[in-house]
Structures are given as C-alpha cells and as structure tokens.
Design a protein around this ligand. Structure first.
Ligand SMILES: Cc1cc2nc3c(=O)[nH]c(=O)nc-3n(C[C@H](O)[C@H](O)[C@H](O)COP(=O)(O)OP(=O)(O)OC[C@H]3O[C@@H](n4cnc5c(N)ncnc54)[C@H](O)[C@@H]3O)c2cc1C
Length: 394
C-alpha cells in the first residue's frame, strides 16, 4: 500500500492544501499531524476580536474532527512531530514512525518577542494563533491599559481595535513612524493622527528595554527612559518562521524553509507552504500566496507539473477608521504621483523607466484599490512578457 501524503500543521496553509487536493482526488490518503486541536478559524479575525467582543471559541469555524470527516483525512490532533527521517520517508510522533510518500511542512511561524530585560518578560503576550488568544483573552478583557510592542501591520490593527474597544493603548515602535517597512510617510501620517484621536499614545523611535511587575500591573521602561504603566503587554513585532524541525531534518532553511517555484524543498518529496516557507528567497506571510501556492502544490502532490507565478497582490491594513490598501514593490520607486485630500490618498509609484511599480490608497479612496490592482497587474505582466523579467512584486 502506498504511504499517505503527510501534512505537518493545521493552519490556513494545511487546510487550503487539503481542500485543493480533495478537489482533484477524493481518495488519495492524507494524514495531518498538528500540535494544536486542528480547529479551523480565520486568523485575520484576530485583528478585531476586541471591538467585536469575540472569544477564541467564537472564531472557530469548524472543529478539527468535522474538518477531517468532511475532507476524508486522518487527523492526529495535539500531536507534535518531533523529527523527520527523509531517507526512510518517515515522521516521528510520540515515539512512533509514520511513513509518508510526500511530506508538506505547513508549520507556520511564531510571533517574535524582542529581547528585553525585567522580571515580567514571561508575561508578554503574543497573538499569532487561536490558542494564544485563548490563553490571553481573559487578561486582555480585564485590562484597562494595553501596550503593544511593534507598529507594523499587525501592531497597528490590534492597537486600533483595542482603542475602539475602550482600552487605553500605547504603541512602542523603534522606527520614527508606523508601518515604516510597508508604506511611505505621507500615507501613514493621517493614520497616526487618527490613532492619536482615538487616544492611542505613540511611543515612536523607542524600544522596550524592560518589563517589570508593578503591583498588579506592569511597568515597561522604554529605551528613552520613559516608564509606561500597563495591565497587559502584547508583542506584535514580526514573525519568525518555524524552521527548527526542517533544519534538524537536514532541509535547507534561511529565514524560512527554502522552496523553489514548485514549493519543493532541498530534499526530494518534501515541500513547504505558508508562513514557514521562504519562496525563492522571500517570506510571504499572507493568505493569497498560500491559496496560489496550494494550487501549485496540490498538483505536484498528485504527480502533475506546476510552477508558482505570483501576480501583484493586495495588502490590506485593517484599520477601519483609516483603512489602507497597497500592492506592488516600492524598492525601485523613484517617483510618487499622489492625490492627497482630507478624506483620503491615492498614490502611484513609478521607477526610473517610468514603469508603474505599485500604489497605496487610503481613507475614502480605498475603493480605487481594485482598478489600480488591475492596472498594476497588466503593467507587470506586459513587462514580464516583453522582457522575460520576472520582477518580484509583493
Ligand atoms: C492578527 C493577524 C491578522 C492577519 N491579517 C491578515 C490579513 O488581513 N490578510 C492576510 O493575507 N493575512 C493576514 N494574516 C496572516 C495570515 O493569517 C497567515 O499568513 C496565515 O494564517 C498563516 O497560515 P499557516 O498555515 O502558514 O500558519 P499557522 O496558522 O501558524 O499554522 C501552523 C500550524 O503548524 C502546527 N505546527 C507547527 N509545528 C508543528 C510540529 N512540529 N508538529 C505538528 N504541528 C506543528 C501548528 O500547530 C499550526 O497548526 C494575519 C495574521 C495575524 C496574526
């Protein structure tokens, strides 16, 4: 009997892959091993659980058992894979070997907690999974004051949502502006103003040096010696791909598990998808690359050839009082053509060859995002067709 396809993980990447394979083949054996319960949920919903007063349980779309039954897979819930023998094509769980024909790492990533001193560092919360929210929800719900470490995409979304739910929020960000790695300053200034109007304190150009207990609460000491009293500290300072298991199995890793355009790792019959994967040198911790990647990988697993070609993809900053959407790559942008009004912004970036390379829309102008995405896609595709250059566009 042929060994099954084995998937490690039960997040969006694993579930999307299962759905894709099952659309093409109803019967091929699939085993899913996951360190958690295997419940299906929409992780981006974690950005607005506070204002919606949702518990972790409210976010569950389907139990692991139901998902497994519906898709005819064998689920090993609460089962950590300890090691992989890529020669014998086996994974080890609870001391027992399980053979695979093809193996997929869909092990996701961990939220990063920047190095800091103090006697309460262990109390810093992260919110990169349903389980982390479940552990923290009562503490956050009781808290009046919340400090968020990190003013990137997830940090600003969580900060605005906490403020909307009535908390007093402080955002600590080492850069001198929010979303510094994502969008230009002129787009982010109105967002900063909006957050301040909602009572969010922005401690920009600051790191957290120490977190200490202070009575029933915490005192965080910032690098500029300011001390903030807070009831909860949340770290939203970026992700680190879960690569340890792959690394100790002899699979090449860098920032993530390195894969090519077929989602194949450095080892035969082993693949990676989702937040754990570094696709052709880039991390892409978003849903759309997972959906497109699952289409390619599903075919590979069933013996068909396919290669991942990523079109320009939209990134949405889910800050409802001042939403922002963007696509493209601004590394090569030399000129911004921007229409700025009190209600919103449309900004298009071009490179030195006057090629349209990306856009940002904000506020009331977000309805321009899809027409601009179409224009950008056409521009990028025509460049690829005429020059053969596959420029990496977000
Ligand atoms: C607050 C928030 C908001 C977001 N908003 C958006 C958005 O608006 N748009 C967007 O595109 N993206 C968004 N994202 C990102 C998106 O949710 C992720 O890219 C996606 O969910 C990652 O899925 P994954 O399956 O790769 O990883 P995960 O969901 O992290 O799943 C990893 C799985 O691997 C399992 N696992 C790990 N190691 C082992 C092991 N050794 N053995 C067994 N099991 C193991 C875990 O238990 C888990 O089931 C957001 C993320 C967050 C945190």
């Amino acid at each position: 009997m042929t060994a099954p396809i084995v998937i490690i993980g039960s997040g969006f990447a694993a579930n999307q892959l299962v759905r894709t394979v099952r659309r093409m083949d109803a019967l091929i054996p699939i085993q899913v091993f996951t360190a958690d319960e295997g419940a299906e949920y929409n992780k981006p919903d974690l950005s607005h659980v506070f204002s919606k007063k949702q518990t972790a349980q409210d976010l569950v779309v389907k139990t692991g058992e139901d998902f497994a039954k519906e898709h005819n897979i064998e689920l090993f819930a609460n089962t950590l894979i300890d090691s992989v023998d890529t020669q014998a094509q086996q994974v080890m769980a609870n001391g027992r070997p399980h053979a695979y024909s093809k193996l997929v790492f869909a092990t996701g990533a961990k939220a990063f907690v920047p190095p800091m001193l103090g006697n309460a560092v262990e109390q810093v919360i992260t919110l990169n999974s349903l389980q982390e929210y479940q552990v923290a929800e009562a503490k956050i719900s009781r808290a009046k004051r919340v400090s968020v470490i990190g003013g990137g995409l997830i940090g600003v979304e969580i900060a605005m949502d906490l403020a909307s739910s009535g908390k007093v929020v402080t955002v600590v960000e080492p850069n001198h502006r929010l979303l510094a790695n994502l969008i230009p300053e002129f787009v982010v200034l109105p967002l900063e103003k909006q957050l301040e109007q909602q009572g969010v304190q922005l401690a920009l150009g600051n790191d957290v040096a120490e977190v200490n207990h202070s009575g029933n609460a915490f005192a965080i000491t910032l690098s500029r010696d300011q001390v903030v009293e807070t009831d909860v500290v949340i770290s939203a300072a970026g992700l680190r791909a879960n690569t340890k298991l792959a690394m100790k199995s002899g699979i090449k890793v860098d920032k993530g598990i390195m894969v090519d355009a077929r989602l194949q790792t450095s080892v035969a019959n082993v693949y990676a998808l989702g937040d754990c994967a570094e696709i052709q040198g880039r991390m892409r911790p978003y849903l759309q690359p997972i959906v497109l990647g699952a289409n390619v990988l599903g075919k590979q697993l069933l013996g068909q050839e396919a290669q991942l070609v990523l079109p320009p993809m939209m990134v949405k900053v889910k800050t409802p009082s001042y939403p922002i959407q963007l696509a493209g790559c601004f590394d090569t942008a030399v000129h911004w053509d921007a229409q700025i009004s009190p209600t919103g912004i449309i900004a298009k970036a071009t490179d030195e060859d006057h090629q349209f390379v990306g856009f940002v829309v904000a506020g009331k102008q977000v309805d321009q995002a899809f027409p601009l995405l179409r224009e950008l896609t056409t521009s990028v595709m025509s460049l690829r067709n005429s020059t053969g250059i596959t420029r990496i566009i977000q």
